[in-house]
Design a protein around this ligand. Structure first.
Ligand code: NAP
Length: 283
């Protein structure tokens, strides 16, 4: 890929950004499709966020991904917010064509799960009530789940998220409870989503939020943690002959959705996954 006078710039703003997997993933996609684009990471101090957005607009940047700590505040500087991103209250993608913000994190998780099973009419249990859970919960509702149960250590936080999802009118049945109740909830669940950092490197030997005895072979188990690839929870899922869905797929599909928004083209997901695996040093 040669940088030329005509090269279109897309990128990431966050603080910090140097460990991001997005530049190699997107640049591999542009190379594969022979597109005149380059993806760059920009470390933007929170005090410079507005200047960065105004500057990028003036420099004819085509699109940004947005990561911590800017996902909420950046909405102030956009002209339009996608409906579900507005419900979530955070954006991770900006399209400079119309200064519109989107949240592709939740779509990424939903697409990862839908490689294995449809979400429509399913009974879904989600552990955690932080940023990732919020993004995923609204998309689980949008994709037609029948029931969503949000389990968290801090139950009040789970209840607040459950109320917000219920108020969206995207789903009629949302419950909240303590994460300690997980084994009761899994008997009649179709999909379990873990958005807690339990099992994330270096804590790979943490106790999983659920054990194989709590699971059944029709259960789909998705872990948002992508390092290690096979977390303690996914090991338990495999032991129960349940179907594992790996966190790397959420990273992949959130990037693929952003790529579509910026370029209007179908992303080469196999090439993007290969680049992600190389960066994460996975097989
Ligand atoms: N694959 C991907 O593309 C992707 C994208 C985004 C995030 N993630 C992963 O998702 C995870 C969560 O990210 P986030 O941004 O949502 O974080 P967050 O906003 O800090 O939320 C973390 C959640 O996990 C719960 N939690 C933390 N430690 C716990 C413990 N020891 N036991 C039980 N619950 C615990 C917290 O419960 P309390 O409310 O009770 O504190 C909270 O609900 C991270 O591991 C991140 O790497 C993956």
């Amino acid at each position: 890929m040669k940088i030329k006078g005509s090269t279109n710039i897309v990128g990431l703003i966050g603080h910090p950004v140097e460990h991001s997997f997005s530049p190699p993933m997107h640049n591999a996609a542009f190379k594969k499709l022979n597109m005149d684009y380059a993806y760059v990471a920009f470390d933007v101090d929170p005090s410079n966020l507005k200047t960065a957005i105004d500057g990028a607009r003036a420099l004819n940047v085509k699109g940004f991904n947005v990561t911590i700590p800017h996902k909420i505040h950046v909405m102030e500087y956009l002209d339009e917010i996608d409906e579900v991103a507005g419900l979530i209250g955070a954006v991770n993608t900006i399209d400079f064509k119309n200064m519109k913000g989107y949240n592709t994190d939740g779509i990424g998780a939903v697409k990862a799960i839908e490689e294995v099973t449809s979400i429509k009419n399913k009974n879904v249990v989600i552990a955690g009530a932080g940023g990732a859970s919020r993004a995923i919960s609204f998309y689980i509702a949008k994709y037609g789940a029948d029931k969503l149960t949000i389990l968290n250590r801090n139950v009040e936080k789970a209840q607040n998220l459950a109320n917000d999802v219920l108020n969206s009118n995207l789903i009629g049945n949302v419950a909240a409870d303590s994460i300690g109740k997980i084994s009761n909830c899994l008997n009649d669940a179709d999909i379990l989503i873990d958005t807690t950092p339990i099992g994330m490197h270096p804590n790979i030997d943490d106790e999983a939020i659920a054990k194989s005895e709590d699971m059944h072979s029709d259960l789909v188990v998705f872990d948002a943690v992508y390092n290690p690839n096979e977390t303690v929870l996914l090991k338990e899922a495999i032991k129960a002959q349940a179907k594992p869905v790996y966190g790397i797929k959420m990273l992949l599909y959130q990037g693929a959705e952003s790529f579509k928004i910026w370029t209007g083209q179908e992303p080469p997901v196999d090439e993007m996954e290969k680049a992600l695996r190389e960066t994460l040093k996975l097989q």
